[in-house]
Design a protein around this ligand. Structure first.
Ligand code: MN
Length: 159
């Protein structure tokens, strides 16, 4: 089951998100501030984080920075939700490590569309992360084969 963590300091908004997400069949966890969100990400390992920007202690920008700096969390899709409607915020948000951005009040159709897009993105990241480990092993064996071939050529040259 696809699991989504909601990090949002407003209890009414958390409830609203939970209802929207559970109605779509997602499993939902909740955090009410940034530090709690970072703890829960390590424990609950959700497929996506819905992250409010305006939160006390650690705001959304600080939380997403910590996520991108943590190798275990760096590939996690993070969708920003914010009440900020100022021009330029969208660009600032998308340049800060978030994968998407929705402004409040949340449009349920847009939310679902963004979740589909970002969950797909998360799967692609995981799929490309694994083969790269295999590639490096393959690369090693290819260079060993090349070394062996080169050694063989050398010995045939001597003959
Ligand atoms: Mn807030």
């Amino acid at each position: 089951m696809t699991k989504i963590l909601i990090a949002e300091d407003n209890a009414t908004n958390r409830e609203l998100f939970r209802e929207l997400l559970e109605a779509r069949g997602y499993a939902v966890d909740e955090a009410s501030d940034g530090p709690e969100a970072l703890r829960m990400l390590e424990q609950a390992q959700p497929d996506l984080l819905l992250l409010d920007i305006g939160m006390p202690v650690l705001d959304g920008f600080a939380v997403v920075r910590a996520i991108r700096e943590n190798p275990r969390l760096a590939a996690l899709p993070v969708l920003a939700v914010t009440a900020y409607a100022m021009q330029g915020d969208r660009e600032r948000i998308l340049n800060s490590g978030f994968d998407g951005y929705l402004s409040k009040p949340i449009n349920a159709k847009l939310l679902v569309k963004e979740l589909d897009r970002l969950l797909h993105k998360g799967k692609e990241r995981n799929a490309t992360a694994r083969p790269s480990e295999g590639e490096s092993t393959e690369g090693d064996s290819i260079s060993k084969k090349r070394a062996a071939t080169a050694a063989g050529n050398n010995s045939s040259d001597r003959d």
